[in-house]
Design a protein around this ligand. Sequence first.
Ligand SMILES: Nc1nc2c(ncn2[C@@H]2O[C@H](COP(=O)(O)OP(=O)(O)O)[C@@H](O)[C@H]2O)c(=O)[nH]1
Ligand SMILES: [Mg+2]
Length: 208
Amino acid sequence: MSFKVKEKTEVRLVFLGAAGVGKTAIIQRFLKDTFEPKHRRTVEELHRKEYVVGGIKVSINIMDTSGSYSFPAMRKLSIQHSDAFALVYAVDDPESLEAVKSLREEILEVKEDKYTPIVVIGNKIDRHGDRQVSSKDVLSTVELDWNHSFLESSAKDNINVLEAFKELLLQANLPSWLSPALCRRRETFPKESNKRPPMKKTNSCLTS
Ligand SMILES: Nc1nc2c(ncn2[C@@H]2O[C@H](COP(=O)(O)OP(=O)(O)O)[C@@H](O)[C@H]2O)c(=O)[nH]1
Ligand SMILES: [Mg+2]
């Protein structure tokens, strides 16, 4: 009898955070590589993206939430049924960081302190002059005190959006093609280089 560990092929991610921090913008940048400067209120949207990697079909379900949280029961349900969480704040809005703190408490409560992959994302780093939250402080809280991952992004300038998804998927235990070694290999290519060699699907982290 062989004991083959079945790799997970479906994952559900949920994006939580105050309204206006850029949750929808990050998801749209990832899915469509677009950026919409106007804010349109999200109620709740589920996106699905599928990849075939090494003959295996992998599905990523991404839940985009409103941030206004007038439906706490709905939020609890989506927390219960998710594998990994992106908690988003904006670096120009200290209150949105407070929202991240209480959302994290809520997640841990719903998940009853079971291991829960959480990635904290400080978005809008392109707004240099308007920054009000220091990355050093958040880094130490998130990585040392909470033991979650932390990164800063700009959906507008496409900084760290792909990395945020990679981190979420890694933590949610998607198949080995997303292993850190493969991802790191991809990251070593200079960002703007035209000389980048064509990638084989099996070498890619998240190209569709
Ligand atoms: N400068 C800047 N603006 C952003 C960024 N991400 C989102 N926005 C803007 O912030 C507003 C709210 O974004 P949205 O994605 O709708 O926020 P959500 O409510 O969290 O989904 C919109 O006007 C976006 O264009 C970013 O990285 N940089
Ligand atoms: Mg939105």
